[in-house]
Design a protein around this ligand. Structure first.
Ligand code: SIN
Length: 281
């Protein structure tokens, strides 16, 4: 297996491994180690189908919980991230986020498999939150370590959220299922220690973080907006360019991600699974 760093803040390209076949324990351990080091892995030239995607996800830690999406037909744990060539609805997942950070046990990672890749555009952006935290002053780090963030899916998936009832009046091709349960909240420390590497990272961002415990709402909003501008600075990012036959795997505990457009008039489809929260043995 060859692992080549992207040369950007995080991310590496992996070749010389066939993910369409079952993997040995040694290869799984090697992939896991590379995943923790580079945070985003892009496996090129993979002839994977949905069975192989499921097998790989199970090998990396099992399926995570996936609220607010219907899975693709015939599968319980695969969702389609898709956009038709003539679709007019706003782009899905265009803001920085860490997948499902509002859950009590958010997914450790996410896999995305290319199904239909446009000839240009549709890159996925990543922002390394270990590097973003490390670059702060000691005083700012200490300040952030003392804060607890209130997470919720309400701004996105509640009936009055961005993907709620109004969105359904458009032509969205994705099977998003808004629900009142999105109004629930769950708190996590703003700075989380990675359970496998021990590294500190800024966990999640404004959007899924809707407040800070003990802080007035307008103050919290201004604080989160300022922090988000820091979290997504260019020097912390990796721009992933898609290819046919490619699987990517990222670590939700150490990076944020977001979708980008630029492929108007072309279809884009990826199959997605999430990897369950890590439980120490
Ligand atoms: C996602 O946030 O899961 C989608 C990313 C993308 O479409 O590039």
């Amino acid at each position: 297996m060859q692992i080549k760093s992207s040369g950007q803040a995080c991310g590496a390209r992996v070749t010389g491994v066939d993910l369409s076949a079952p993997l040995s324990d040694d290869v799984i351990a090697e992939i896991r180690a590379a995943w923790l080091e580079h945070r985003v892995l892009a496996f090129a030239d993979q002839a994977m189908d949905d069975d192989a995607l499921e097998r790989f996800t199970i090998a990396m830690g099992g399926f995570g919980e996936d609220p607010f999406f219907d899975p693709i037909e015939g599968r319980e744990n695969i969702a389609a991230i898709c956009r038709e060539a003539d679709e007019k609805s706003p782009l899905f997942a265009e803001n920085w986020h860490s997948d499902w950070s509002f859950l009590a046990k958010p997914p450790a990672g996410t896999c995305l498999l290319s199904i239909d890749i446009p000839p240009h555009g549709g890159d996925t952006m990543f922002a390394d939150q270990v590097v973003a935290f490390a670059a702060l002053s000691k005083a700012r780090k200490d300040e952030l370590r003392g804060l607890t963030a209130v997470h919720s899916a309400r701004l996105a998936y509640a009936p009055d959220g961005a993907y709620g009832d109004k969105d359904g009046e458009g032509d969205r091709s994705m099977a998003i299922r808004p629900d009142a349960s999105a109004n629930e909240t769950y708190s996590h420390p703003l700075i989380c220690t990675h359970p496998e590497t021990g590294e500190e990272a800024i966990y999640s961002t404004m959007g899924y973080i809707i407040g800070i415990e003990g802080m007035a709402q307008d103050e919290a909003f201004a604080f989160l907006a300022e922090l988000q501008a820091w979290q997504g600075r260019d020097e912390f990012t990796y721009r992933h360019k898609w290819e046919e036959n490619m699987l990517i795997l990222w670590d939700n505990r150490s990076v944020l991600h977001k979708a980008t457009g630029g492929y108007e008039g072309h279809r884009r489809e990826l199959h997605r699974t999430t990897i369950a929260a890590f439980e120490a043995a």
